[in-house]
Design a protein around this ligand. Structure first.
Ligand code: G6P
Length: 613
């Protein structure tokens, strides 16, 4: 979603800002802009579309000397909410005087009333955005002290914000603040970088400060002064990012998504490493911060998330019930937070989020904490808001995921949920022997996934036969039902084919009416309990002309006979098999999208991290 970069320090700041925006492109956006302070004046360049268009615009409009001499500025990628992705709606926005520039992530909910009030005082607005109102509000509050003006303005707004503000009247500083929308400050040598996401900082420094909600910072080239909105100083530690800049490069792959699919044997090995105890037949997840007794006494596990993370939760639900004998349920985070959930101190709520920034998941976490449940998180991004809000949980260690469509984070989420279920299971119904056996199955996951990835060329060939349909159905049973949902989501996200996931038994209750000659049905028919029933459902589809692509267990000739095409999944525990099966569907979606010529890494309208409700 929207991205912020702010920079103050050395010369050639416009290039630094634009390169920073490039690092944030993966988040999804539809226009971009930059404002710099040059010779006492704010100069702005904006463009709809890609950061490359903004870069062309700035280089065409601005003299080369400006690029060379300017040492500070702010920049933004906008994912349209209030008003279409036009040049005028793109950030930065200026105040009435034109001396103050603002970039903003989040939503100002009371912008209409604020705008009406400012208009009655003679302010003129050019855009349809809520952000321009905040820029004017800051200008209106500025009585010669920018920091105070930003505080005063922020006291008047309702909603969420991550902001960076520049004033021609106070040229040596940038003011940045957050509430509900992340801000990270990179502390370099003679330069300071502000960003909504650490990937824009990586090229400069590993030393970062994460702002907390309601923090506001005065940033100069060599200092960061953090206060609260009442001007009381607060202390925030400097953290080490520990991220390799190369991890955020394509490394020879055509797309980040393909790279991330191929990284899965390694990312899964990282997620699993050191977390299995083969002596006790248990999982070691110390970040959960729970005692064996607390786990044994749990009444329920509630898994919450959105999108792909929600699907990981659905696999987890089967694992908790099967392995740990504990009632488990999954709830979409936005629904959970507004439905007044019934929770108590013996409920474990696990928030699942790759980014750790999804607005609905964060709000659901706060709601669950309010209700006194045990709340923990399963995040990929270290130091993210949800990870910090829960204070306990398990990191995925999947490494930076850049492609909007989640792949390696999903499989790591499932692997970690399987380990959590094993940990709970050992405190409840699992014997040591059962535990050891299941731990051995988890240990195999990286190698099982590598076997599927070896079929890349085969899957690419199969994709040709399925790339030209406009509809597709994915079916599965048991833990493969959520895999079907995720397979369909992946396909629709990146290929724009209308794809639906259904429980295999559910197709005949409606969707079967849509099957015509050649409609693709992707059936997950691995050799797990329920396979025979799924084969029966496949025959119902075949009888109506559907073309069946099966995911079958390696060597299962009986299942293969039901399919037009098939992909083999190595034989393993049914819960573990969800991971290699998902990888096969990721590759299928990737190749179909490639054949259709779609923008694989940044699909239209989608954002990597959704920081608005
Ligand atoms: C967006 C992304 C999805 C992701 C979902 C939840 O919609 O495009 O890929 O699954 O947000 O994100 P999270 O970071 O909370 O896992």
């Amino acid at each position: 979603m929207c991205g912020i970069v702010g920079y103050i320090g050395k010369a050639d700041a416009p290039s630094v800002l634009i390169n920073g925006l490039r690092r944030l492109e993966y988040r999804g956006y539809d226009s971009a802009g930059v404002a710099v302070l040059d010779d006492g004046h704010i100069v702005v360049a904006k463009a709809p579309g890609k950061v490359s268009s903004l870069s062309d615009r700035a280089r065409a409009d601005w003299p080369a000397e400006r690029f060379a001499r300017v040492t500070m500025g702010i920049a933004h990628t906008r994912w349209a909410t209030h008003g279409p992705p036009t040049e005028v709606n793109a950030h930065p926005h200026l105040d009435q005087s034109g001396d103050i520039a603002l970039v903003h992530n989040g939503i100002i909910e009371n912008y209409r009333s604020l705008r009406a009030r400012l208009e009655s005082k003679g302010h003129h607005f050019y855009s349809e955005t809520d952000t321009e109102v905040l820029a004017h509000l800051i200008g209106d509050s500025d009585k010669g002290n920018l920091f105070q003006a930003v505080c005063d303005a922020l006291h008047q707004v309702e909603g969420t914000f991550g902001i960076a503000v520049l004033s021609a009247r106070e040229p040596e500083k940038i003011i940045t603040a957050r509430r509900g929308s992340p801000i990270v400050i990179g502390v370099g040598e003679g330069e300071t970088i502000i960003a909504s996401d650490a990937s824009a900082i990586l090229a400069h420094t590993q030393r970062v400060i994460y702002l907390d909600d309601n923090d506001i910072a005065i940033v100069t080239a060599d200092s960061v002064d953090i206060r609260d909105l009442h001007n009381i100083p607060v202390t925030r530690e400097i953290a080490e990012l520990g991220l390799d800049a190369a991890a955020a490069e394509k490394g020879g792959y055509a797309h980040f998504m393909l790279k991330e699919i191929h990284e899965q044997p390694d990312s899964l090995a990282n997620a699993i490493r050191g977390r299995l105890d083969f002596n006790l037949g248990a999982a070691v997840l110390s970040g959960m911060g729970t005692s064996p007794r607390e786990l044994a006494e749990l009444d329920r596990v509630v898994l919450i998330g959105c999108g792909t993370s929600l699907h990981a939760g659905l696999v987890g639900e089967y694992a908790f019930e099967d392995l740990a004998d504990v009632h488990s349920e999954v709830q979409q985070a936005a629904e959970f937070r507004y439905r007044n959930p019934i929770l108590g101190s013996r409920d474990l709520v696990v928030a699942i989020s790759q980014s750790g920034e999804t607005a609905d998941t964060l709000a659901a976490v706060r709601e669950a904490q309010q209700k006194g449940a045990f709340v923990m998180s399963l995040c990929n991004v270290v130091g993210s808001t949800i990870a910090r809000q829960t204070g306990r949980g398990v990191y995925l260690h999947a490494g930076p995921e850049i492609s909007v469509a989640s792949t390696k984070a999903f499989t790591c989420q499932v692997a970690v949920l399987l380990m959590m279920a094993l940990k709970l299971g050992r405190g409840r119904r699992f014997s040591r022997q059962d535990g050891i056996q299941f731990a051995r199955e988890i240990e195999r996951i990286p190698e099982l996934v590598a076997e599927v990835i070896q079929q890349n060329d085969h899957i690419s060939k199969i994709a040709e036969a399925y790339a030209h349909n406009e509809h597709a159905f994915f079916i599965g049973r048991g833990p493969m039902f959520p895999v079907a949902l995720e397979g369909a989501l992946k396909l629709k996200e990146i290929s724009y084919i209308h794809a639906e996931g259904y429980h295999a038994a559910e197709l005949k209750h409606g969707p079967i009416a849509l099957l015509v000659e050649g409609t693709p049905v992707i059936a997950i028919a691995c050799d797990i309990p329920g396979k025979d029933k799924t084969l029966g459902n496949i025959e119902e589809c075949r009888a109506r002309g559907a073309r069946i692509l099966g995911l079958i267990t390696e060597g299962d000739d009986e299942a293969a006979a039901h399919m037009s095409d098939f992909i083999s999944i190595p034989r393993c525990h049914p819960l573990v098999a969800t991971i290699p099966a998902s990888v096969a569907l990721q590759l299928l979606a990737y190749h179909i999208s490639r054949i259709r010529g779609c923008e694989i890494d940044q699909p239209r309208n989608l954002a990597k991290s959704v920081t608005v409700e």
